[in-house]
Each structure stands twice: as C-alpha cells, then as structure tokens.
Design a protein around this ligand. Sequence first.
Ligand SMILES: [Zn+2]
Ligand SMILES: [Zn+2]
Length: 250
Amino acid sequence: MISGFKNIALKMGQKTLDFILPPLCLQCHTLVLQQGGLCASCWQKISFISKPFCKSCGFPFDLHHELESICGPCARKKPPFTRARAAIYYNEISKPLILRFKHGDALHMTPLFTEWLYQAGQDLFEQAEYIAPIPLHWSRLVYRGYNQAAILSRKLSKKTKITHAPDLLKRKKRTPSQGTLTAKERDKNVSNAFKLNKKYDQLVRDKHILLIDDVLTSGATVQACAKVLKKSGAKQVDILTLARVIKSEI
Ligand SMILES: [Zn+2]
Ligand SMILES: [Zn+2]
C-alpha cells in the first residue's frame, strides 16, 4: 500500500517535472516520452561491441581480424585480469545516458543496462563464483547516495545466480576524477587505492571473481582491483563493464 502511494507520488512528481521541463532526448534534445532517455533515432546509434576482439582485454578489432588473437598491449604486458568484456562503445550517444545513470537521474535504465551486460558477459558467467562492483570511496557514496556499479552487479547477480559480494573491495583513498588524466597519471592515481575487505580474506582464495563497472576507460581502475584480488589469492578475475572507451591509438 505504502509503496503504491509512493509510486503515485513519484509519478505526480514526474508529471510536474515534465510540465516545467519537458523530457528531451539526452543527445539531440528532441522531445521524448520520459526524462533521462534517448529518442528513437539516437537509440539506433548505440553501438554494441562484438567479435572479433582481443580475447584478453576485449579491445574490438577490425572485421577482417582473426578470432582468438590478442591485442598489442596485452601481448606486451599481460593484464592482471584474464578477460575484460564490455557491452557498448562509450561515445557521444551513450555518454550522456551513462552520466545520467551515474548521477541518479536515469535509474529506469537499470533493467536495460543489466540485459546488455548479461549479453556481453555470456562467456564469463559459467566459471564466476563471486560477482562484485568496483567500489566508490565512502565519501563519494554518501554524496551520491549509491554506487552505480553496485546497482548493476546486484541485478546481474540475481539474473545469473552468481553470489553477490557488494563489499568485496574497499576504496582506501578518494582518488581525483580520472576524466582529465593521461594513462600514466591514471595508473598512479589508482595504484594502492583499493583493498580487500577483511571478511573475504579466506573466502576469496582460489575463487573466480567477476568485477562489474559502468565504464572502462584506460583500464587502470579495473587492473588495480584485479591486482588486489590476485594478490589475495583469487584464481581468476574477469571484468565486465557496460561501456568502453575505445581510442584508436593502441
Ligand atoms: Zn535523440
Ligand atoms: Zn588486449
């Protein structure tokens, strides 16, 4: 009953908001039905990442590239995770959508994003024993009210029946935003930023862990997390993100 009232109140709030600020497509600003969404033509421009890609880090290759190969950077230096996969390209179409999701204005996207993650992570679920989000620092969590990666990992855990470990990792230091940093600065920024939650000291040994995040940029954050888990005795760490930044200079 209470949740019914809450829903009605929320809907009324939404109607008022729509009256003052008509819902516009996040990308092209044409009128749409719901706040925080895209118009039909922008939806069609969402690009999904598909094979062929690096079998280690998931970097997408040109179509003529042979399957089951690895990219230059992975060949030069083996990443601490075994496989990284992402559902969509992080580009001018998906960026506003994901930013809105991150800051709490587009939580209605959760089921769709979970479905995209589910499709992109098919190869990763069979062996995974724990599914865990990349953590936010507690102060950022207090400020924002939720961790967008944890929302996705919880839903995905329900869908795949893999045990959810939302507090597996902790962020020790509040790192400045990665946005404007170079790859080297990002590495430095996140090294030693994470630690294993003590209660998993024994549980993580010889386990296969799947880490979830919203966007993979340089990979520095997920690599730092994978390193912590491997050092703590995890057998394998895989990464699944909603989107991935692809820079051509690789
Ligand atoms: Zn649009
Ligand atoms: Zn690679």
